[in-house]
Design a binder for this molecule. Structure first.
Ligand SMILES: [Zn+2]
Length: 259
């Protein structure tokens, strides 16, 4: 195996990890926004209930005034009824009194409806306030959990970046550039392990001569997949006391071949 390939394999493994970690990092703002959205929606229920209650109280005041006004009128007509001279005028006045009494009854009904509705709105407001308390308490727990996850992920990121720096430092700069150019074109994956007789990434058949070369421990040549252009390597998963060190970094084991 080419002496630098081992580090490229390490680099590949840590880069895949970095992609995964960064993807997780990128989800945190959305998770927090969803959380705040839930709290705000609950708080909005309080505002809605308060508005309904305020409206209901205003209507109640109006209907109270209606009741008073119609009662006043009925009283005025009753007072006048002692002073009328003609039977006709008396009848007309009685009619007015009856009408005013009816209006008092209607206004009192409307007022009662508003009072019942007002109680319902008060009940809704109390329920909304209780819900907000629960949602806020749950959100606080969730926020702390997300924060803890974020901190842990940030640590993972820092650690993975350190591993990457180590791998990059072990490889000549132009080879790192070459690796990164391929990675950029192929979703971050610039290495392809030989699987059976094919490229482990795109599946295309690899010429036996190339596989034989890659299997030779003294090989110092790089080969690329002719189809996906990735750097090919051969990993002997059968043999391997030395694979442990590489595997521990979460890397596909790639020990030097023994033959
Ligand atoms: Zn390929």
């Amino acid at each position: 195996m080419h002496p630098h390939l081992k580090y490229l394999i390490e680099l590949q493994a840590v880069d895949l990890r970095l992609i995964e970690i960064r993807e997780r990092m990128s989800r945190f703002p959305k998770r927090l926004a969803e959380l705040e959205g839930r709290v705000n929606a609950a708080r909005q229920q309080i505002t809605t209930a308060k508005d309904a209650l305020t409206g209901s109280l205003k209507e109640r005041k109006t209907y109270e005034m209606d009741v008073e006004q119609w009662k006043e009128r009925a009283k005025k007509y009753r007072n006048q009824s002692g002073e009328v001279k003609t039977n006709e005028a008396y009848k007309a006045l009685q009619h007015e009194i009856q009408n005013a009494d009816n209006e008092v009854a209607k206004a009192e009904d409307r007022l009662l409806d508003r009072m019942v509705a007002g109680e319902e709105y008060e009940r809704q407001l109390k329920a909304a306030e209780a819900t907000v308390k629960q949602v806020e308490a749950a959100a606080n727990v969730e926020r702390q959990k997300i924060q803890a996850e974020y901190n842990a992920t940030q640590k993972e990121l820092t650690a993975a970046e350190a591993v990457r720096s180590g791998a990059v430092a072990a490889v000549p700069e132009d080879l790192v550039d070459h690796y990164e150019r391929i990675a950029k074109r192929h979703g971050g994956i610039s290495l392809a392990e030989i699987r059976g007789e094919g490229c482990g990434q795109c599946g295309v058949h690899i010429r036996p001569h190339v596989i034989q070369q890659l299997q030779r421990p003294e090989n110092e040549e790089f080969f690329h997949c002719e189809t996906c252009t990735r750097i090919l390597y051969y990993a002997d998963h059968g043999a391997a006391p030395e694979s442990a060190a590489v595997s521990s970094a979460g890397v596909p084991a790639a020990p030097p071949h023994e033959n």
